[in-house]
Design a protein around this ligand. Sequence first.
Ligand SMILES: [Ca+2]
Ligand SMILES: [Ca+2]
Length: 315
Amino acid sequence: MSITMDFLLIMISLMAAEFSLSESTTFKIFREKKDHGDARDSCSAKGMFLAKDTSAERHSELLALISREGLTSSDFWICGNRKCCKCVFEIDGEDLGGHQPWAPGQPNGGGGCLQLWSAENHQWDDDSCSAKKFYICESTDILTTTELPIDTTTPTVAVCELPKNLRNVAVGKTAKQSSVKSGKLGPDVGPEKAVDGNRDADAKKGKSCSWTKKEREPWWTVDLGKRFNIYEVVITNREDCCPFRLKNAEIRVGNSENFEDNPVCGSLIIGKMVKEKPIHVQCGCESPMKGRYVSVQIVDKKQMLTLCEVEVMAQ
Ligand SMILES: [Ca+2]
Ligand SMILES: [Ca+2]
């Protein structure tokens, strides 16, 4: 009981810390070159996130760090992606505020990801997300001074109450997946089965689950048709067999049709979460994630992806 309360308190403090810049924010440079998506995942695996350059104060701290480490001739990935199809950027799904230190002539459509560009005194530049660069992660003191396990198997804990008026905006929308399982089940396991409004969890008999081939990092996506404020994604895993196959499922929400450019919602589906009926993954409460596309992908594994229903709870 007290452990649960402590955990809740830590989570609540963490949320508070994320929204205010104070001395507790720590930026850290990683001197290994990765593409933007891998850099973000690498921060995440360390219990951190790609650095958010959202104020003049943060920008000066980043420049000071780069200078201290003698890396003024290197480029760095930071948090920030192009919104779908436009030369307009956002940071972690949030629109940019007044602080936008673009380098002269930028953004020029050079790519969908935000870098601190050495050629222009580490002002912002849009560059190709697949380019490999050093990157800067961010954390708060609370992460480094408490012993919160990074790879926790604790199920998602609700730290805030979701609004009451949420509805599933995914049902009947256009879905895609990386492949369709071959064989006689093929016609009955297309991507649309995960948004047919039916939670039947018998993947073989129910004819209401999507199912890919066994492949590396299989994925499924849905186009909601327009941008929504997304609070939670609810997944019905198959129950007739093999719930473990959904381990390492990562949900992303955003405005890029290329789902890998979108930020991650909640944490990976791990441990006993795969047996929850259904699985709830929260994207945010006070600040929901904004986006038109929702994806589910099994990361770092060769596996089949089966989804009996994906409900996107939004306003
Ligand atoms: Ca550029
Ligand atoms: Ca279904």
